[in-house]
Every structure is written in C-alpha cells, then in structure tokens.
Write a protein that binds this ligand. Structure first.
Ligand SMILES: [Zn+2]
Length: 357
C-alpha cells in the first residue's frame, strides 16, 4: 500500500529522502533460515509541508505482525516503563478502559484493582492472558471493530502502539466517537535522534513522531495535549483530550431554548401582566425563538435612556422596573444570564408577588 498523503497533516506532496531496496518486512525471528523470506523496498519520504519523515510503501499488516513479538516483558526498562505508564493512566481515574494493541494485558494487569472493565482490541492475543471477569478481548484489528462494541469507555489507552498505526488520523477520528480521553506512550524519537541512534523509521514505526507533529495532527483531528510526561529518555506519555467545541454547545443551548419558549408561551396565558426584561438582544432573541409577544405589555429596563423608547424591531415600549409595582398576577420573563439573580431580587423588592422566570 502506497501512502499518497502525509500521515500527519494529509498534505499530498511527499519527496523521497532515502531508499533501501529489498528490506526484510518482518523484524522478529523465525525458527529456520530456509523459510521464504519476504522483502519490500523501504522508501523514506518527507512531507513538503510538515516535514515529517515517513515510510512510503506500507507492508500488509498480516505479513508485518505475522507473530507477535511484543508478548513478553523484556528487561527492567520495560517493567519500569509499564509501572510508570500505569500510574499515568491511573491519574484520570478511569473506570472503563479500551486498550488497542496489547497482546498480554501488561498495563491492564497493573490496574486491574482500580478499574471496572478493560477491553483489549488486538488480533494476536497471547495464550496466557490474565484471567479476570473485568477483562474482555476482541481478537481483531481496531479498524475492523464497530463502534457498537465500545460503550461507556472513559479513555482509550495505547502503549507503544500509536507509532505503529498506518492511519493515526483515522484512528483519532474513530476514537472521538468512543471517548474524550486518549492516553498514549510512544518512543521518545527526539531523544533517539539526538543520541545518533539509527532512526527508528521502519515498516512498523512508519513515521517520525514528536511533540511538534503530534500537535499538528491532533489539532487537525479535534484534540489537544492536556499533559505529557517523560519516562527516562525512553518514552513520552501523552494525555490527549478532545478539543472543546463551542459551536456544538451553542447549538445545544439554542435548541433547549425552543422548549423553554414553548413552556413560557403556555405559562404566560394565565397571567394578567406579562413583561419581558431587558431592552436588548436576549429579548429580541426570545421573540425570534417563537415567544408569543402578543401577551407582552412592555419591556422592563433600568437604563434611563431607554425608558419611553421602543425595543428595536418590536412594538414594545420600555418601562422602568417600578412599572410592576402593585400589579397582581404579574409575570416577568428574564433571560439575562449572569444578571438574572440580581434582577430578580430587584423586581421582588418592587413587587413581592411577581413571578420571574
Ligand atoms: Zn505533513
């Protein structure tokens, strides 16, 4: 599969920077030397926009991960890493976790006592998995699992898996329908470059990843880095959150006001005097949302310069709030946000029988 867009920013101009003919496709071991080894050209390209180095020609996943070589915990560094990452995950107090790509529940086993459920999506599940009623596994690639399989997930966890994804942007987009929080541990690739170690861009780690290009991708996909932590010079842990979308909240509030206006219309028919508070935008907006203004006898406002005028776009005259003094069965519609409480108190001082909604 040839990459035709940048893995990070989706730009379509990629230029070749290095090429290795016939590179072994699998980085594990086999029991005999006479098997039919498979090779692929390892072509490194650079995005002309975000400058990310990445592999052009991707090896089919079934060939690449023909047996899992991430089953055993190899060495003390990984033990310390897993303990530190489990602590980092625990900081968000997750109840129901979805983990992608851990064949032997290495992180889950450290958090089993504090979670309610842990679901692992991984095609090559180890035979000796942790047995617990809290753990379930789905023996598939994450891309092949429907959203219905994930309910009430608090966070998605990936330990040294994100950098293996062929389409991390697609992954993030799918995650946004599953949970607001993603917690990843990835190799500290900046550190590797600084040390002069062989760059870890290969058929498994198919793109260079650091703070800068992760941020580009996250911003594009509606996420941001809430916090990060270095584990020695080995890994970086990132807590990734969905970006707050004011647009959605605004639409939800407007929708809720349609119901509120219908309620007010019902209610106002039982009052003899109905006033609308504030000779400005909120009153105009309530009318635009369908407020039945045929029952409104006037607008109340404290501003001396407005009294005696008409609210623009309406036939309603503006009165000082003292207009309600002594009036029985009086309703004031007041939707002035942070001022509501203060206005209501003032109106009750003028007329303690007034109903303010
Ligand atoms: Zn790019």
């Amino acid at each position: 599969m040839i990459r035709n867009k940048c893995v990070i920013c989706a730009h379509d101009k990629l230029t070749t920077v290095a090429e290795f003919k016939n590179f072994p496709v699998f980085m594990g071991t086999v029991s005999r030397p006479d098997v039919d080894f498979r090779y692929n050209d390892l072509i490194l390209v650079e995005c002309t926009r975000c400058k990310t180095t990445q592999v052009l020609d991707l090896v089919p996943l079934a060939l690449l991960y023909q047996t899992n070589h991430n089953v055993d915990i190899v060495g003390d560094t990984w033990k310390r890493h897993n303990a530190a990452f489990a602590r980092f995950v625990a900081e968000v107090n997750p109840r129901n976790v979805l983990e992608v790509g851990d064949p032997s529940f290495k992180i889950a086993s450290l958090l089993i006592d504090v979670i309610e459920s842990w679901c692992v999506v991984e095609p090559n599940i180890s035979d000796n998995v942790l047995q617990s009623g809290k753990i379930r596994y789905i023996r598939k690639w994450f891309e092949d699992v429907g959203l219905d399989d994930f309910e009430n997930i608090d966070c998605v966890v990936l330990s040294h898996v994100f950098e293996h994804l062929y389409s991390p942007r697609d992954f993030l987009n799918k995650c946004s329908s599953i949970a607001d929080t993603i917690i990843i541990s990835v190799p500290n690739m900046d550190c590797m470059l600084e040390s002069g170690a062989l760059p870890s861009i290969n058929f498994e780690h198919t793109f260079f990843l650091n703070d800068q290009n992760l941020k580009i991708m996250l911003q594009d996909c509606g996420y941001y880095i809430e916090s990060c932590e270095f584990f020695e010079n080995h890994s970086v842990f990132y807590k990734i959150k969905k970006t707050y979308n004011a647009g959605n909240v605004i639409v939800n509030i407007i929708t809720s006001y349609y119901a509120e206006v219908a309620r007010i219309n019902n209610l106002s028919s039982s009052y003899d005097y109905v006033y609308l508070y504030g000779a400005n935008f909120p009153a105009q907006m309530l009318i635009a949302l369908g407020l039945d203004d045929t029952r409104i006898v006037g607008i109340l406002d404290n501003s001396k310069s407005k009294i005696g005028n008409y609210l623009y776009g309406t036939k309603h005259m503006v009165f000082h709030p003292t207009e309600i003094a002594g009036k029985d069965n009086c309703l004031v519609i007041c939707k002035m946000g942070v001022y509501d409480k203060e206005i209501k108190n003032n109106l009750l001082n003028i007329n303690d029988k007034v109903v303010v909604i």
